[in-house]
Ligand binder design. Structure first.
Ligand SMILES: CC(C)(COP(=O)(O)OP(=O)(O)OC[C@H]1O[C@@H](n2cnc3c(N)ncnc32)[C@H](O)[C@@H]1OP(=O)(O)O)[C@@H](O)C(=O)NCCC(=O)NCCS
Length: 81
């Protein structure tokens, strides 16, 4: 059992820092809002990911203005088979 030892938080911290290092403006994810809200993620009405309950699709903005529209993931995230 390796949950609740801070591994998830560390992975999130490293990932968000890497995104900031490459000057990403922000990040979106699909996950449990009860967990990801602690990192600053929240559901945003202006960003839509179809097919999932809206509260599970969350965003964090590092700088600039939050974009509006429908989000698609990079094709590498989809089944190629
Ligand atoms: C959710 C997950 C990534 C967290 O990783 P972790 O290494 O256990 O996380 P941390 O040790 O950094 O943090 C643990 C904290 O997160 C909380 N937590 C874990 N999963 C949670 C959830 N689904 N909802 C709310 N809180 C959650 C724990 O209660 C704990 O809270 P505390 O700090 O107040 O004690 C991991 O438990 C996991 O992969 N779980 C299975 C998949 C899952 O449930 N995913 C949900 C998100 S998509």
């Amino acid at each position: 059992m390796h949950q609740r030892k801070g591994i998830g938080a560390k992975l999130m911290e490293c990932s968000l820092n890497e995104l900031k290092d490459i000057n990403a403006l922000g990040c979106v994810l699909l996950g449990d809002p009860r967990y990801y809200s602690r990192f600053g993620f929240k559901a945003e009405e202006s960003l839509v990911f179809p097919g999932v309950p809206s509260e599970y699709f969350q965003a964090i903005l590092f700088s600039g203005v939050l974009p509006k529209g429908e989000v698609t993931y990079h094709e590498s995230f989809y089944d190629q088979g």
